[in-house]
Design a binder for this molecule. Sequence first.
Ligand SMILES: *Cc1c(COP(=O)(O)O)cnc(C)c1O
Length: 812
Amino acid sequence: MPLNTSAKPQSPDISKDINSHLLHTVGADPGAASSSEMMQAVAQVARAQLSERWVHTQREERKHKARRVVYLSMEFLMGRTLSNALAALNLTEGAAAGALQHAKNLEDLTGCEPDAALGNGGLGRLAACFLDSMATLGLPSFGYGIRYEYGMFAQEIQGGNQVEYPDSWLKDGTPWEFPRAELTYPVRFGGWVAHEDGKVVWKHAGEVAAKAYDMVVPGHGTHKVSTLRLWKAVAPDHIDLGAFNTGDYARAAAAKNEYENISWVLYPNDSTPAGRELRLKQEYFFVAASMQDLIKRHLDEHHTLDNLAEHVAIHLNDTHPAIGVAELMRILCDEHDMLWDKAWALCGKTFSYTNHTLMPEALETWPVSLIQHVLPRHLEIIFRINKEFLDQAARFRPGDQEFLKRLSLIDETGERRVRMAHLSVVGSHQINGVSALHSELLVRTIFTDFASLWPHRFTNMTNGVTPRRWLAQANPSLSKLLDASLGSGWRLDLNKLQGLKEHQGDAAFREQFRAIKRYNKVRLAHLIKETTGVVVSPDSLFDVQVKRIHEYKRQLLNVLHVVTRYQAILANPDAPWVPRTVIFAGKAASSYVAAKSIIRLIHDVGLTVNNDERIGDKLKVVFIPNYGVSVAEIIMPGADLSEQISTAGTEASGTGNMKLALNGALTIGTDDGANIEIRQNVGDDNIFIFGLKTPEVRDLRVTGYHPLNYYEGNPTLKAVLNAIGEGEFSPDEPGRYSALINSLVWGGDHYLLLADYASYVATQQQVDGVYRQPELWSQRAIANVAGMGVFSSDRTIGEYARQIWRVTPAPY
Ligand SMILES: *Cc1c(COP(=O)(O)O)cnc(C)c1O
């Protein structure tokens, strides 16, 4: 094997710094420090170095008046920070040696850190991968979001049911944030608008302070760092004084809470808007604070707003920050006396917007009456934007009233509502989808009318994931093999993985690759044993579906296959079955009844199958609780098969699919989202694609879909649905799943599970066929890793930077 040609400089000895921080910062005896105290001390060593890098990066960006990108996102699913920070600072080996002096492994320390779970799923994790790439590419950049006191709920399983617990990730403090006491901005709500001789004055009714807390985002292979600035809501000082002075502490506290609850909790929804006033306030709160902050920075450097668009690109991660369009207009026109037309032109050069979903029920709208109540001036501005926009559109297609109704920022059917996606589109110069298919569907479906007006605004930016976290950190064993065979450069240039193609045919290499997969499966089997009590064999095929639980992602289709296999094994126990462990993980939104019922069903099927002595290792079903970034880091490297089985046309991109393939799993999936581009990059032979394609889904729905025909026409399917629906897996409550099964057979089966079932089951048999040939399987797994270079978020961010933001790495 060739030597590692691009060896890193040696990691410095930091044991003295660790001991010093134990003694002086943590307040612990270096001779008797716990893992958690050690974690804090090592974090302080890293923090100090990151702080220096932050100050230096900021100073240089100010000096060069760099053009910056501002990434506005309600969610950042960051996970843990320590391992990533150590890797970026080249302190990993030094920290491991330091830990060893205290008789600890580095993993004992890193495992003590709670995840920063300030997001639900893919959208929030994408924002986190993007920050990593922005820092690594050296782009002058700020991420802005909310410092939720409670992030994504922790999931426990009790009696097969999901139970939600608050995630108080800050309860022991975090070494990673830098409170910026001097950065505090007022954010106003409610009241009314006075129009006094040409001047507009918003007579607000309430005000809350937004306080900045920075998280430093280290770049890799560079000393540059980026900033994630999170806002905390604080009651203004005057608010509780009255009650406090009269000794009414309870009333004082209640008044304070009224304001501060804005940054208390992350809404635990995924792809459905939360129709709540507090959610609207959250959106405006973080956008208003971020705008004030970026405008202050701009004025400090440039002393005029006329050239704002030349120096800042503001990106909307989905529609959640779309109110920013109206807010910037308000600031420019009302506070800086800019003329409307000039301000609007400036706005249009500043904003860009990423759409994340086509599903109509997931498109955010707010009742006009609610916006009137919470943000009366913004509603006026939205109305004026709409009027001028519709006047322009009317000139484009004179007399076409339906066209204007479809385009309007206001949905006039029923209760009048503001369409936040429409506000985002009219306010942005570029709008992108997140995979080739999704971007094409955007301009053919929900944004067709806009695309007829402005074809050049619409573009595609296929998602990616950071190889630092999802390969280097999550899979150290495979990383070592890659370093030895390709050099370590793949971390910063993932296309280098193509070099693996040369090794695919090398039996010794495949042997090593298999040994690493086995090692990672043993690690995953330990996690399964620890969290579920179920013992699984690392020699079985690890079949993995991990993602939010949602009907469109079709975990239920997976369960139908599991039950099919169970019944087939019972009918034919002596056939040469490929042993399988089917692994699920994911959270269901707390109010999503069907998703919770699917979690329960997975557990019920698992209880039956796992305890059936006739089955043994031939089939196991497990559900790993509390899916999140740190759990994913253990699951991804241990997967053989990646389930990406959404109904074609529903998954905008997916990024879990990328993480799994990057770690050498083969995908079984539909022609959907980024699966299509994964197929193009790893090759048709190295992926299992099944089911209806997007146009076929459309045609079937148009001509009329009759799930009952599939039920009656396929005896295997019928037996499976009957078994579940009649209570074979819930004998204590036979009707437990009748509603779930009825929604398929009688309730329209909106996501076409029954239509895709036969194709899915047949393709699963092909999977078995390949898995029976370990050499062939390894060859295909290696081809997957080799082909994943393009799915680095560095590629994605490079495209955003060049084509949408026009920001370049600062030259220092
Ligand atoms: C990558 C990731 C997701 C997104 O998974 P999909 O399969 O693309 O839906 C969700 N949650 C976590 C914790 C992730 O790491």
